[in-house]
Write a protein that binds this ligand. Structure first.
Ligand code: GN1
Ligand code: MG
Length: 377
């Protein structure tokens, strides 16, 4: 088929043909690109008689997710577990809305996916009457984002990790990224670009930070649990009326891992008011007030499952994940932009600078962030 990322009638027809292979329950009236994910291709499908958009159609990147059927098996295990839990909702949900995106099945075989040549497609329910943020406006948003992640973790805290496959080996295992960085760097000559040299020096100074979470895990202090894997702010849906968190979306990285990766990832994305795609990397700062609000929201739901060792590793997790994402962007820049989608050459280098500046800001406020964590224990 033609590349559906292209606009126009042909793309609409090609995408409709895919969408029609799912049992969506209505005729398709429109399809538009949705969001700005760095990995998968995502579209919003409108159904005829309904006024509201109803379905998210997604082509999963099979270079990244080499076993997409296992990704869907995880999603189904996750959805069924949460649906069971919601029959008797946690008391923190009293009077609140919470949703799990529906998984649509293919008409032909009832499977939750469709293969079209080498492309793997899935269709998920759109979370209606809700929106997401690219950057946080105020601390009320931060509290809700924290609540959302806490509720997500609480609802799967009793899902046995053995029920989920490791669909992305090495994902968020920071030492793996450092090894990849070293391999790519080893193939290149010495840097003559001062900007790049700066970033390389930044990495050198932080090699000791890299294994901290994995060492805590190996020592039995932290343990494997089901995680979201990518709870950045635009993956938390907020209710249109009151900006209350109502769902977490982008569930392709739900798999076993350390919840610290989630906590760190959520904080590094939410507490950077300039956003991860800013060009003004020198101005990037970690906002302590937003961190306090977010952890307040998270802590209000997470107390039931966090251990003392979990609390002890929150601050370092924020630092590790900001650094890790910078390292991943930098490695991709050095490798020639093969993993993350980019808009121009140098985009990944700029993104790396943003994350490294954020890491610096987190380091500079280490004691203050420790005090915030102490307050939610
Ligand atoms: C990728 O595609 P997207 O935006 O949902 C990446 C995350 C990064 C994020 C940074 C599978 O997520 O790990 O934190 O970009 N997902 C994968 O924006 O690598
Ligand atoms: Mg994602």
């Amino acid at each position: 088929m033609s590349d559906p990322a292209l606009c126009g009638d042909n793309a609409f027809r090609a995408l409709s043909a895919i969408a029609e292979r799912f049992d969506l329950g209505g005729p398709i009236s429109g399809i538009d690109p949705l969001g700005n994910g760095n990995v998968n291709d995502t579209y919003l499908v409108r159904l005829g008689e309904l006024e509201r958009p109803a379905v998210v159609l997604q082509r999963v990147n099979t270079v990244v997710f080499t076993d997409p059927e296992a990704v869907m098996a995880n999603l189904v295990a996750f959805s069924e577990h949460v649906a069971r839990r919601l029959l008797e909702p946690p008391r923190e949900l009293a009077g609140r809305r919470w949703e799990v995106p529906r998984v649509f099945l293919a008409c032909a075989d009832g499977l939750p996916w469709v293969w079209e040549g080498s492309s793997f497609w899935r269709a998920l329910g759109f979370v209606d009457r809700a929106h997401s943020l690219e950057r946080i406006g105020h601390s009320g948003h931060a509290r809700e984002i924290g609540f959302g992640l806490g509720m997500f973790h609480q609802l799967i805290s009793d899902l046995p990790v053995e029920n989920l496959a490791d669909t992305l080996e090495g994902f968020h295992v920071t030492p793996t990224y450092l090894r990849q960085f070293d391999q790519v760097l080893g193939r290149l000559g010495a840097s003559t670009d001062p900007e790049l040299s700066d970033c390389l020096a930044f990495v050198e100074q932080r090699r000791g930070l890299v294994p901290v979470l994995e060492q805590a895990s190996a020592a039995g202090l932290l343990h494997q649990r089901p995680i979201h894997g990518d709870p950045k702010i635009n993956n938390v849906m907020l209710d249109l009326e009151g900006d209350q968190a109502v769902a977490l979306i982008d569930l392709d990285t739900v798999k076993p891992g350390l919840i610290h990766y989630d906590i760190g990832d959520c904080l590094r994305s939410a507490c950077n008011p300039l956003g991860e795609d800013t060009e003004d990397w020198r101005q990037v700062q970690f906002d302590l007030g937003l961190c306090e609000a977010l952890l307040g929201g998270y802590g209000s739901v997470a107390r039931s499952f966090l251990t003392p060792a979990d609390y002890d590793h929150i601050v370092v997790a924020i630092q590790v994940i900001s650094f890790e994402l910078g390292l991943r962007f930098l490695t991709d820049h050095l490798a020639g932009d093969v993993y993350f989608k980019t808009r121009y050459r140098g985009h990944n280098l700029l993104r790396a600078r943003v994350q490294f500046q954020l890491t610096r800001s987190i380091e500079a406020q280490h004691a203050a962030i420790e005090a915030v964590v102490a307050a939610i224990r």
